[in-house]
Write a protein that binds this ligand. Structure first.
Ligand code: ADP
Length: 454
């Protein structure tokens, strides 16, 4: 950039210089021409007066080198010439200045020499006897004027070039300096050219945007990392829980069967031990089934088949299957509401309603009630399962949807719970974008509501 500015300034300075020299020369040339023409006129008049008084003798006595004097009679015959042999000179009647002088008294003209390096000025005046006196003088052409002044012009040119170089160098550095000192990290702190402020503002805005985007990206990265850590931790906890949950029934089964095989169990206790083995095996089967369901849900809903499902008929079917269990627990089941159709995975809806109703029976009281209600509401299909059971203490309500979280572990075990039922419900509901609400009062009962968007 410095170089470019430098070159431009030099170019402008030299161009201005050359233009002014040319202009100056033209003015000078025109001025000198006028002066010379006036002088020639005066000299011609003086010569005329001399000849009028003294005749040809006056001309012969004249000692002039710069001027050429010619005396011509009215027929154009040359009577005298100061430079050539006038006897041999051609007729001058057709010369412009002579023609004019014969007609008007005075005539002027100018002609270039054959080489073009010289121009001649002519002035003629008529005498009283009708003859004509003509003076001519060589005039420098503009070319000879320039050639004559070439030395001073060259000296001035060199001085001008040196000066413009020095000036251009200093100026270009001065112009570029503020640009070199720009601090682009803090665009608005610069005190530079006013013309640069839109650019600096733009840079500042861009930097702010980039900063903001970087911040957002960092935040997203952090969120992603936290999510990853949480998932990892959950997976580890889950594995530990599964191992623990499986170990307990296996130990019991192993202990019972060892005693049985060693014949160390009294005949009357054999049934009791066999029953325990059966119960623990059932618990393990339930647990493994729940784990399989959960891991299927973990894989996502991509491979699952979505169909139009009527919540009411699924609930009917589930209550049918749970009827005998409810009777055993002394609990009455009922179903209210209307058909409500949604697009869903039928097996998952089945599991949701089954787990909710199963819990409502398991955590109920003798002579308790379980009511399932299905209704349509705005853009949702609403399923609610309410019971008149033991309720959930407020401090546990937030956590019962976690894997293996139970309010009362021994109660859950006694009723054949795995601690996974509600987490399966939550996961399946999430895949259907359903909202879950829980209302529960200790000793009074629980109501869990799911709202499925249609
Ligand atoms: P579980 O197999 O132990 O029933 P869940 O995930 O289904 O596991 O439920 C978690 C815990 O939530 C249960 O152990 C129980 O303490 C509590 N719970 C679930 N449903 C009810 C309910 N209807 N009434 C009272 N407590 C409930």
């Amino acid at each position: 950039m410095t170089k470019r500015i430098f070159r431009s300034i030099c170019l402008v300075a030299i161009s201005v210089f050359l233009a002014s020299v040319t202009l100056f020369m033209c003015v000078l040339y025109s001025y000198f021409s006028t002066v010379q023409q006036n002088q020639l006129k005066m000299q011609t008049h003086l010569a005329l007066q001399g000849v009028e008084h003294e005749g040809i003798e006056y001309l012969k006595d004249l000692d002039i080198n710069d001027y050429r004097i010619t005396w011509i009679d009215k027929n154009g015959t040359v009577l005298y010439d100061s430079k050539s042999d006038y006897d041999e000179m051609e007729n001058h009647l057709q010369r412009e200045e002579v023609k004019q002088a014969l007609a008007d008294g005075v005539g002027e003209s100018s002609r270039y020499s054959s080489t073009l390096t010289e121009k001649f000025l002519y002035c003629a005046e008529r005498l009283t006897d009708g003859t004509v006196i003509r003076l001519s003088v060589a005039q420098n052409t503009i070319l000879t004027l320039i050639l004559g002044m070439s030395q001073p012009i060259a000296i001035i040119f060199v001085i001008a070039v040196v000066l413009s170089f020095a000036l251009a160098s200093a100026l270009s550095k001065k112009i570029v300096k503020p640009l070199e000192e720009l601090d682009l990290d803090k665009p608005l702190n610069n005190k530079s050219y006013e013309e640069l402020s839109p650019l600096l503002n733009h840079i500042d805005n861009q930097q702010k945007k980039i900063k903001k985007q970087r911040g957002k990206l960092k935040q997203k990265e952090n969120e992603f990392e936290n999510e990853r850590i949480k998932t990892e931790q959950m997976r580890r906890e889950f594995t530990a829980n599964v191992s623990h949950e499986l170990k307990t029934p296996l130990h019991t089964i192993s202990g019972c069967s060892e005693l049985l095989s060693n014949g160390m169990v009294k005949q009357e206790d054999v049934e009791k031990f066999s029953k325990q083995i059966y119960t623990e095996t059932q618990r393990m089967i339930n647990l493994v089934e729940d784990i399989i369901k959960l891991s299927q849900l973990d894989e996502g809903a991509e491979n699952m088949q979505y169909e139009i499902v009527d919540l009411y008929s699924v609930a009917e079917n589930v209550l049918d299957r749970l009827q005998s269990e409810a009777e055993k627990a002394g609990v009455t089941l009922s179903l209210d509401g209307e058909a409500a159709k949604i697009k869903a995975v039928p097996q998952l809806i089945n599991i949701i309603i089954f787990n909710l109703c199963d819990n409502a029976i398991k955590y109920n009281k003798k002579n308790g009630l379980v009511n399932v209600e299905i209704k349509n509401e705005d853009n949702n299909a609403v399923l609610s399962v309410s019971d008149t059971g033991i309720g959930i203490p407020a401090e546990h309500q937030e956590r019962i949807f976690e894997r293996f979280y139970r309010v009362d572990k021994s109660h859950s075990k006694a009723v054949g719970g795995t601690g996974l039922g509600l987490s399966i419900v939550k996961h399946a509901a999430m895949l259907h974008h359903a909202e879950i609400e829980l209302e529960s009062t200790l000793d009074k009962g629980t109501k869990i509501t799911l709202k499925f968007p249609k």
